[in-house]
Design a protein around this ligand. Structure first.
Ligand code: PLP
Length: 956
């Protein structure tokens, strides 16, 4: 008898996303539950998550859909955006992402799934790319040093303001801002200045010389396109002991004098037009370059050159002990996640084009602008003088021009009723010039003839004469093969999630699924200017509204702002909301922010930035908030209490039982509860902060909601609030609202929101809950299996952890001299990225496996950790030397283990292949242990001179 055919229904849904996202299958889950002694996922969840916060009902989200249907739906949303030719400018310009960079960096998981390069030895590739970025910036701006990177131009300008405040001789409290800076920059400056009590004075450039201020900010070329000679002004500002900050356009700097050549102390800006699409506002890499004297006060991450254990040049994050790290509650910058992926792209754009190519793009852009200006001039239309790429067209009927432009599928910049702005860029063409001229009733019959008759419009005295980008890296990889292989060689040096799990506690390095990534490069999302008229961005509107509704449901809050473009920015926005709420009730004097001692460094820094005073609350022996101390502090500061910032589950990886009581105590004393949502991956579908008493949270979409970490950004840190705080979310550009903008674009890094949208619609309510449960299971499985080898520092009730566990290496170090860092570096020999090192407790490793890791991968990691423990034991028992052992000397490079001499007291094989399986697949770190002390003593943050490469070759 033939078998009955399976039903159609049984055969459907073969492509459910859930099974692709979650690592372990049913059998593996059953096995792991067994290991941790729990009968089911639900029973395990009951045993871990306090009953007082458990959600009674499932999330009210639409049923999950598969990848193909989700892509079809989001395609429908994309189609509702209209891509016009954009000449809006105002800090954002059309650009062509070289296809080789698009596919091999932006769309390549080897780059986008990497983490911030804290573990230097496995991050040499992206740090080289970032050194290129920094070198490009210091060259073009004429400054000594540049960072990699900041969040956008507006926030970079705000960072310049606070850097100036920290560095200026002048004791004035005034920061003078040219009225000709981009308006969104001014908005962000107002928000930041307000929080820090800095007085912002805005006026014509000429007044900057007289104003008594600690610093000034100029725009070069200015927002209306004009290029000014600021040299005399800079001298006058310096004479008063104040600092000159300049927001500069990088493409213009290939043609005009570098700010560093005429007196700038700090230069900031956006690198977007170096190959990064508009994205409706972001993400793009902001930048800061400055004088060497300021380097120790500079915000953001800085890549530097040091040496490894064998004396070879090696990159590392340098001067890490700045701002948040040491100044903590005194810090005036909270930047953590930045825009690494976009910085890598911008740096590669410079590598691809080289100095000549960039100059050519700039000159061509300028020619098109000059020709357009000439055409308009012939038709009697006035255009401002001395421009690079932007024309300020005055004395016109702006409404009529905009209407005509829209009909032609063109967007111009709105300025006022009788002027418009037109910015040309790399993508502009002859046809564009003809079409633009026509909008004003001007005709261009023979563009070549007009070209021949038109002079350049850059001021003669400001033409650039100095060289830039002379380093070989910018002059070698110009053919596609060369660049392709260069990028591949760099990627091969690094460990990203396309090769191994990255079990970084507090970072939630989960799957960044391909289907989630696909929409972000569609032109309908990528090629929309942040100031495109609302009628053209209906698709974005629906996407953002939809995501807001889903996140509100998931968190239990009522409203969400997507403007913050990192978690730390979300904290800043949330605290601003709290401050404005207190002010609205006549309680503006409330300025005390209670923060547990275990908090992430961004928490106190953000509190400081909104003008709150940080009062530290103790933690008890189990890592929980010490409720007695909290109560005492809340009582002591009752009249002044503004907020408590608490991370939940705690940074110690446990669900504190007392969270509801904690919220009540704070509310009783008139404070608001801020829950840092970085650990939301332990909560989705299980508990909702907005329902247990919290008032506001930021989420890290680049953790829980699948936006890849990009090697250190981009991120999205939406700020979610209860309804009473909703009126105090950051306002839109040009919009109403009590609280100003926290980043330069209304919707922050809008073009990566499709990633989180896709994740949620493909998972559905049950899928999201299961992801949380498997994240808890995976962490507990790792903790349980490692228990006999490494003690877990903190556990919650029933001896279980949340979604991460802290392994305590301190007793091991005391007994053997082997430190957490040695273990982290030895893991590299096993092909692993280390867990989080020494946060939140020094001398520990925090492991967060996430739900996306399959049992096989967890076991591989556990086996490596056990093997390492055996090596430590061998040290303890004297079988391995205390100093000359594979842990202290890790990681081992191929050169080390294949050198003609081997002087170590253990075999080469143990160094390279501590597990037999590694013989089949081996990651070779490109450098051995990087010397941190050398790097901080000899700060060097641009490309290694070619001589150093030569020395290396000679040594080889
Ligand atoms: C607990 C916690 N809070 C806040 C942040 C800051 O987020 P971001 O790096 O996106 O600024 C982090 C980032 O690692 C974190 O772990």
């Amino acid at each position: 008898m033939s078998q009955p055919a399976p039903s159609l229904r049984a055969l459907e849904h073969h492509d459910a996303f859930l099974e692709r996202h979650i690592g372990p299958n049913e059998a593996e889950i059953a096995h792991m539950l067994d290991v941790i002694g729990q009968p089911s996922l639900d029973a395990m969840t009951d045993a871990i998550v306090p009953t007082s916060i458990r959600s009674a009902d499932p999330l009210a989200l639409p049923a999950p859909i598969d990848e193909h249907e989700a892509l079809a739906r989001i395609r429908g949303l994309a189609k509702k955006n209209q891509v016009f030719r954009s000449f809006i400018g105002q800090g954002y310009y059309g650009t062509r992402t070289p296809n080789v960079i698009l596919r091999n960096i932006l769309e390549n998981p080897a780059w986008y799934t990497a983490y911030t390069p804290y573990q230097a030895e496995i991050s040499q590739g992206r740090m080289e790319a970032l050194i290129n970025f920094q070198t490009m910036l210091s060259d073009l701006t004429g400054m000594d040093i540049a960072n990699a990177s900041l969040l956008d131009e507006g926030t970079a300008a705000a960072e310049a303001m606070t850097l100036a405040k920290r560095s200026a001789k002048s004791k004035s409290n005034v920061f003078f801002v040219s009225e000709r800076v981009h308006p969104q920059t001014l908005e962000v400056l107002h928000t930041r200045a307000d929080g820090l009590g800095i007085e912002l004075r805005v006026g014509p450039d000429a007044e900057a010389a007289q104003a008594d201020s600690f610093g000034v900010l100029l725009q070069y070329p200015d927002t209306f396109g004009q290029v000014h000679d600021h040299a005399a002004l800079a001298d006058a500002v310096h004479a008063r002991g104040a600092v000159v900050a300049v927001a500069a356009d990088l493409l213009a700097l290939t043609l005009i004098r570098a700010p560093g050549e005429w007196g700038a102390d700090i230069v900031v800006g956006n690198t977007q037009r170096f190959g990064v699409p508009f994205g409706f506002g972001g993400p793009h890499a902001g930048y800061m370059a400055c004088r060497d004297a300021y380097k120790r006060s500079m915000p953001g991450r800085l890549i530097g050159v040091s040496i490894d254990a064998e004396g070879n040049p090696a990159y590392r994050l340098t001067l890490q002990t700045r701002e948040q790290h040491i100044r903590r509650e005194k810090a005036t910058s909270n930047i953590c996640t930045a825009q690494v992926l976009l910085a890598v792209m911008a740096g590669m754009y410079a590598v691809y084009h080289g100095p000549e190519g960039l100059k050519r793009i700039a000159l061509r852009t300028h020619r098109l602008a000059a020709i357009l200006a000439a055409a308009l001039g012939r038709a009697g239309i006035t255009v401002g003088p001395d421009f690079f790429d932007t024309l300020h067209v005055v004395d016109v009927d702006a409404d009529a021009i905009h209407a005509r432009a829209r009909e032609a599928g063109i967007n111009l910049r709105t300025i006022d009723s009788n002027s418009v702005g037109i910015s040309l860029d790399e993508t502009s063409s002859r046809d564009d010039v003809i079409a633009l001229a026509q909008l004003f009733g001007a005709t261009v019959d023979d563009i070549d003839a007009l070209d021949a008759a038109t002079a350049n419009a850059l001021p003669a005295g400001l033409l650039r004469t100095s060289d830039y980008l002379q380093h070989p890296v910018f002059n070698t990889h110009h053919s596609e093969h060369e660049l392709l292989r260069y990028m591949r060689a760099l990627a091969d040096k690094d460990l990203a999630m396309d090769r191994t799990m990255i079990p970084l506690g507090s970072c939630t390095m989960k799957l960044n699924a391909t289907a989630e990534m696909i929409p972000i490069t569609w032109p309908e999302f990528a090629n929309i200017h942040p100031l495109a008229p609302a009628g053209q961005t209906q698709g974005y509107r629906e996407l953002i509204d939809g995501l807001e509704a889903m996140l509100a449901e998931i968190t239990g809050y009522d409203a969400v702002s997507f403007q913050p473009n990192s978690g730390a920015q979300g904290e800043f926005a949330g605290l601003l909301a709290i401050r404005a709420y207190h002010q609205s009730r006549g309680e503006g004097h409330r300025d005390v922010c209670l923060i547990p001692e275990s908090a992430h460094g961004t928490n106190p820094a953000s509190a400081q930035m909104v003008g709150m005073r940080v009062v530290v609350v103790k933690c008890d022996r189990d890592g929980n908030v010490d409720v007695d101390d909290l109560r005492a502090q809340a009582e002591k500061h009752s009249d002044k209490l503004a907020a408590l910032m608490v991370t939940y589950p705690s940074t110690h990886g446990v669900f504190e039982e007392a969270i509801v009581e904690i919220c009540e105590i704070v509310h009783q004393h008139g404070g608001q509860v801020y829950t840092d949502g970085a650990n939301m991956n332990a909560l989705v579908g299980v508990a909702r902060p907005g329902k247990w008493g919290s008032d506001v949270s930021h989420l890290n979409l680049h953790k829980t909601f699948c936006i890849p970490h990009g090697g250190g950004g981009p991120g999205v840190g939406p700020c979610a609030v209860k309804s009473h705080l909703a009126p105090f979310l950051p306002r839109a550009f040009g919009g109403e609202g009590k609280v100003g903008m926290v980043s330069a674009a209304t919707h922050g890094s809008a073009s990566i929101l499709p990633i989180s949208w896709m994740y949620i619609v493909m998972m559905g309510a049950a899928g999201l809950k299961r992801a949380t449960q498997v994240a808890l299971l995976n962490a507990n499985y790792v903790a349980k299996r490692l228990e006999p080898h490494y003690p877990t520092l903190y556990t919650g009730r029933n001896g279980l952890v949340a979604h991460e566990c802290i392994l305590d290496l301190r007793p091991i170090k005391d007994a053997t001299g082997i430190s957490a860092e040695d273990v982290a570096k030895r893991l590299i020999d096993f092909g692993f990225h280390a867990p989080t090192l020494s946060f939140p407790v020094a001398g520990t490793l925090m492991v967060e496996p996430t739900e996306s890791e399959a049992l096989h991968e967890l076991d591989r990691f556990i086996d490596a950790m056990i093997q390492i423990r055996d090596e430590i034991r061998a040290v303890e028992e004297g079988k391995l030397d205390r100093e000359d052992n594979p842990l202290k000397n890790a990681p081992h490079t191929a050169t080390m283990v294949t050198g003609s001499e081997w002087t170590h007291a253990y075999p080469r094989e143990l160094a390279a292949f501590p597990l037999a399986t590694l013989k089949r697949q081996k990651y070779w770190p490109p450098v051995s242990r990087v010397d941190n002390v050398h790097g901080d003593k000899n700060v060097m943050c641009s490309c290694i001179p070619i001589d150093a490469y030569r020395e290396e070759e000679a040594d080889a």
